[in-house]
Design a binder for this molecule. Structure first.
Ligand code: FE2
Length: 188
């Protein structure tokens, strides 16, 4: 297999009550796994199969991009969360957030609002430009800051498959609970 789905960095039930074991099982073992499976099928015997996943995301388009980016985005999303997460960032990251958004609570509200109002499927991102300036980017479908020359810092998956087993149509509740599991040490 060319591109291998990384292990989840914690147990399937570890993020409860943010998400249940069943929700995580579908998300990781069905949806995320399928993006890797589709990607490997699409690049088999092609030059893309020799590239890193980052390079495929930055350079590909169409189905190869969609599956490569969804493979990358989910791996990054898993790393952005931890069972002992939550609270607030410290140090340099907190300074950058306060510099670019004002108080942490203002950043939280803006990020949550971007995630809640993103129409259809997509991801809410915190990204940095080449100078380190932070920006909230709501991006549709598989789109990622990597495609816009930015560095991903934090992400939240707001595709319905990310929350529908546990939250049904209540995306804002899912977003609110996300703050309790953010792995700020990783994000920093
Ligand atoms: Fe997802």
């Amino acid at each position: 297999m060319t591109f291998k789905q990384p292990d989840l960095p914690y147990d399937l039930k570890a993020l409860h009550p943010f998400v249940s074991e069943e929700q995580m099982d579908y998300h990781y073992n069905k949806h995320h796994a399928a993006y890797f499976k589709n990607l490997n099928r699409l690049v088999e015997g092609k030059p893309e199969s020799k590239l890193s996943l980052d390079e495929v995301v930055k350079n590909a388009s169409g189905g190869v991009f969609n599956n490569a980016a969804q493979a990358w985005n989910h791996t990054f999303f898993w790393d952005c969360m931890h069972p002992s997460g939550g609270g607030k960032p410290q140090g340099d990251l907190m300074s950058a957030i306060e510099r670019d958004f004002g108080k942490f609570e203002e950043f939280k509200e803006k990020f949550s609002n971007a995630a809640a109002t993103l129409f259809g499927s997509g991801w809410a991102w915190l990204a940095a430009d080449a100078k380190g300036k932070l920006e909230i980017m709501p991006l549709s479908n598989a789109d990622t800051p990597l495609k816009h020359g930015k560095t991903p810092i934090l992400t939240l998956d707001v595709w319905e498959h990310a929350y529908y087993i546990d939250y049904r149509n209540k995306r804002p509740d899912f977003i609110e609970q996300f703050w309790d599991v953010i792995h700020w040490n990783f994000v920093d």
